[in-house]
Design a protein around this ligand. Structure first.
Ligand code: ADP
Length: 270
């Protein structure tokens, strides 16, 4: 495949992604989008931020370009670079430049993981200039009205090294995410996996027990994502205690005493 050919229609989401709103996040996102304001999705891992972005991209019928940020991610990875192809040197847009050119939604997942030089390219896009300077091309891309910049951030992992600077965070409209209420979480698990309602309720109870351990030996409690994983195993016939151990406990910790404690919690329920 020719790396230069980018098909924005391939990034359109045709089928409605299932999403249960937790509060007014859909209305807030739409209002921010129509006012061309960038968005910051704050919340723990596995609580529905990515699913929400898919749902919003479908609602607004815009291509969704997602970048999972990591500590090697540089500004050039986002903007683009010259590549040698068959003896020629060609410019290849990065995901951010593609989203700007084609009026897409660019979702930078876990932005604090990216290298600090990425803020240089995000800042002029995230204020009322809405431009992406491409220094290597001597070009300044002006965002069309349809372009949207969104990024996610987990305040739970906050540290001096991995925190969002005020100069960055103060450009964004923040949407707060958290685990859904118990009834809603059980409904989501049921919808995602067709698991029996009584078992879904027990999984949610189990999740709450692990969430109480946050800060007492666990960095995070079980997320909705992990509950969906365990429910899928149970629907496939796996014993619930084994499903909780493999899909939830082992995903949360490697500490053998903590694993024993979490397994006891699941045995008390199932
Ligand atoms: P995050 O991006 O916050 O890490 P995800 O969006 O990947 O989390 O959510 C993980 C999974 O949890 C989703 O794939 C979906 O199955 C489920 N989920 C969480 N919240 C919701 C929600 N509000 N509506 C529908 N599904 C949800």
């Amino acid at each position: 495949m020719n790396a230069r050919v980018f098909k924005p229609e391939a990034y359109l989401i045709e089928q409605q992604p299932y999403y249960e709103p937790i509060s007014s996040e859909i209305e807030l996102f739409e209002a921010a989008y129509h006012n061309q304001l960038p968005l910051l999705l704050k919340g723990p891992t596995g609580c529905g931020k990515t699913r929400f972005m898919e749902h919003m991209a479908w609602r607004l019928q815009r291509p969704l370009i997602t970048v999972s940020c990591h500590d090697d991610l540089t500004a050039s990875d986002l903007v683009g670079r010259f590549l040698v192809s068959g003896g020629d040197t060609v410019w290849v847009d990065g995901p951010l430049a593609r989203a700007v050119r084609h009026g897409g939604i660019c979702y930078l997942d876990e932005i604090v993981e990216a290298r600090k030089d990425t803020t240089v390219v995000i800042h002029p896009l995230a204020d009322d200039r809405r431009v992406l300077p491409i220094e290597k091309l001597g070009e300044i891309l002006v965002s069309p009205a349809e372009f949207c910049l969104a990024m996610s951030y987990n305040p739970g992992y906050q540290s001096v090294l991995k925190d969002l600077k005020q100069s960055t965070r103060q450009r964004f409209v923040a949407l707060e995410f958290d685990y859904p209420s118990p009834n809603l979480e059980a409904k989501i698990i049921g919808n995602e996996t067709q698991i029996d309602a009584a078992v879904a309720d027990k999984l949610v109870k189990f999740a709450h027990m692990t969430r109480h351990l946050k800060g007492n030996g666990l960095e995070e409690g079980a997320s909705t994502r992990l509950l969906v994983h365990a429910a899928k195993l149970i629907v496939s016939g796996v014993n619930p205690n084994l499903a909780c151990r493999s899909a939830i406990a082992q995903a949360l910790t490697d500490d053998s005493e903590m694993l024993l404690a979490i397994n006891e919690l699941s045995v008390s329920l199932f």
